[in-house]
Ligand binder design. Structure first.
Ligand SMILES: [Zn+2]
Length: 332
């Protein structure tokens, strides 16, 4: 819903008048011990009219980069200068986040909340949390980004998934400089972006950060980069005064997940790097056994680049090792 002059914006318990930033929560049920489950929300309603840009983070609870990005971006957005509204949900899955796990450990059947949208009001617990979130978002948001990272076991460099509609690619490019690895979405249903797109709106999934980037300096870097992109999107859609940047070398491609051919210790090949073009067959990493003998090699499945690598060296056969972008060509 685009905001009009003088209109307030309400999400859950937060109602922000024009020019206000208000915190609140979306009620999402309660637990056996009497604990109320609430999804925190920040509504920044601009003094002027414009689109509503919605940011989702930590639908996977082991991905704290999005929450940091929301906190940093909220400090930089002056509601009195904003046109439209920015809504931030820094922690879509509060039980998973509290456990620092991908999903809510109390929920076996709908553990991965990024696969069950738009949720169900009478489903398993995470279905109900997803439904509460979706009901709050569906009529308010025009543009949506879902922030992800490599979580507990990997690092993902700047990468985006889109549904290939021009308006989705436009939002992806509005993430700014360095965000040229833009791939076709691999899940047509189940994620907040898919639910948004199925509702005729615009949603994308963005990836940055993870295990090997959680040292203080690197974690701060990731948070700042993502916050910069939130601001860049506001510049691009003329929601704030400022000059937007764009990726200079955006490519089209398809993701392929590479799994471990053997068990042992995962060792990326010296000299290989994220978001750098490789030839089909080039070595990405080797796996050595506990005695140091090479037992497996990971090769580039096509010309392209990897944007995600396992950061936890211990590996069992069949474990996830690498996200590779099979590059099809440049984007216009
Ligand atoms: Zn994720």
């Amino acid at each position: 819903m685009s905001t009009k002059s003088g209109e307030s914006v309400t999400v859950g318990t937060a109602t922000a008048a024009p020019g206000e930033m208000v915190r609140g929560a979306i009620a999402a049920g309660d637990l056996a011990g009497g604990v109320k489950v609430e999804i925190p929300v920040v509504v920044i309603n601009g003094a002027g009219p414009g689109p509503t840009f919605w940011v989702n983070a930590a639908i996977h609870g082991d991905e704290p980069e999005g929450p940091l990005a929301c906190a940093l971006a909220a400090k930089q957005i002056d509601a009195s200068k904003l046109r439209g509204a920015v809504v931030m949900v820094p922690c879509v899955n509060p039980l998973a986040f509290s456990a620092a796990e991908r999903g809510n450990p109390l929920d076996t059947f709908t553990y991965d909340m990024n696969r069950i949208y738009p949720g169900k009001p009478d489903g398993y617990f995470s279905d109900r949390v997803a439904d509460a979130h979706w009901q709050a978002m569906k009529d308010v948001a025009d543009l949506e980004i879902s922030i992800h990272s490599g979580g507990a076991h990997s690092f993902l460099d700047k990468a985006i998934f889109v549904d290939e509609r021009p308006e989705s690619v436009e939002l992806a490019k509005a993430m700014g400089e360095g965000w040229g690895c833009i791939m076709s979405n691999f899940t047509k249903a189940g994620s907040p972006m898919a639910a948004m797109n199925n509702a005729g709106k615009v949603g994308i999934t963005v990836e940055l950060g993870g295990r090997s980037y959680t040292s203080p300096e690197r974690f701060r870097y990731v948070g700042k980069e993502l916050a910069k992109s939130i601001l860049n999107i506001c510049y691009h859609y003329d929601m704030l005064d400022g000059t937007a940047t764009y990726p200079s070398d955006a490519t089209k491609g398809q993701q392929e997940a590479l799994l471990a051919p053997a068990s042992g210790i995962f060792l990326p090949e010296p000299g290989v790097d994220f978001l750098t073009m490789m030839k089909k067959g080039d070595t990405i990493a080797r796996i050595i056994n506990i005695f140091g003998d090479e037992v497996g090699v990971l090769h580039a499945p096509a010309d392209g680049m990897f944007f995600g690598l396992r950061a936890l060296p211990n590996v069992n056969q069949g474990d996830w090792c690498c996200f590779f972008n099979k590059v099809e060509g440049p984007r216009d």
